[in-house]
Design a protein around this ligand. Structure first.
Ligand code: ADP
Ligand code: MG
Length: 240
């Protein structure tokens, strides 16, 4: 479904991605980890066209992300993205946050969009908060709204960039639980996270990045039990 082939990217002279190749099948959950600054966010952003790249090719369902003729806003609506910071619209209610893009981008009728929003809020356990504003919710609740918002577009895949790393510890699990459920329902997911419990529970594969390179791309079991590179072994020893 997601195919990343020989992707390289530079910021001026600095190479941030070096010949990255990987593929994510439909229904597959891939966890991306690695030290800070290794290019994880950049890689994930190139996948839905938020960051241009100079070399290689990325396709989503065979549609090329880098192609000038690709309708990027349509492609982005098909690939949900959840960031570290929730970026909800503060002046809009939770329901409005969830219906805006459905109406503007997908052209859904307001009633249908609202119905979808409420059913997604139910799914992430927040149906009681539909009329509130983001500032009235906790960080964990806001992140669950952000996930529901991405799902409101009926994405074919979901990308996560450290969705729990800005949260207070007691809120991490409520967000991970929603992600685990999504994974178990068969959503195609690429998740940058250092939550190795999540990786062990639902990941099919783990990608380890270092200095812009994909150093390991392995089944979960191989990665945790027998990492090939010294760098991945070091990394695991520090975070586990
Ligand atoms: P990670 O998510 O693994 O921490 P990033 O993808 O955010 O890493 O960043 C990878 C590297 O690219 C870092 O060294 C970072 O400083 C650099 N970088 C990120 N964004 C920019 C930018 N807009 N201009 C220049 N360098 C950048
Ligand atoms: Mg990052």
């Amino acid at each position: 479904m997601i195919s990343i082939r020989n992707v390289s990217k530079w910021y001026g002279q600095f190479q941030v991605l070096a010949d990255c190749t990987t593929h994510v099948e439909k229904g597959e959950v891939v966890v991306v980890c690695g030290p800070s600054g290794s290019g994880k966010s950049t890689l994930i952003k190139t996948v839905n066209g938020l960051e241009p790249f100079q070399k290689g090719e990325i396709t989503i369902n065979r549609e090329s992300v880098g192609d000038k003729h690709t309708n990027l806003s349509k492609l982005r609506s098909k690939v949900g993205m959840v960031f570290q910071h929730f970026e909800l619209f503060p002046h809009m209610s939770i329901t409005e946050n969830l219906t805006l893009a459905q109406i503007k981008v997908l052209g859904r009728a307001k009633d249908a969009a609202t119905e979808k929003a409420l059913s997604l809020l139910h799914r992430v356990g927040l149906q009681a908060h539909a009329g509130k504003y983001p500032g009235q919710l906790s960080g964990g609740q806001q992140q669950r709204v952000a996930i529901a918002r991405a799902l409101s577009m009926d994405p074919v895949a979901m990308l996560f960039d450290e969705p729990t790393s800005a949260l207070d510890p007691e809120m991490i699990n409520e967000v991970l639980d929603v992600m685990v459920e999504l994974a178990q329902e068969g959503m195609t997911m690429m998740c940058v996270t250092h939550e190795m419990g999540f990786a062990k529970k639902v990941a099919h594969r783990v990608i380890f990045m270092d200095h812009g390179r994909i150093v390991e791309d392995d089944s979960k079991d191989a990665f945790f039990h027998n990492p090939r590179s010294a760098r991945a072994r070091d990394f695991l020893a520090k975070i586990l």
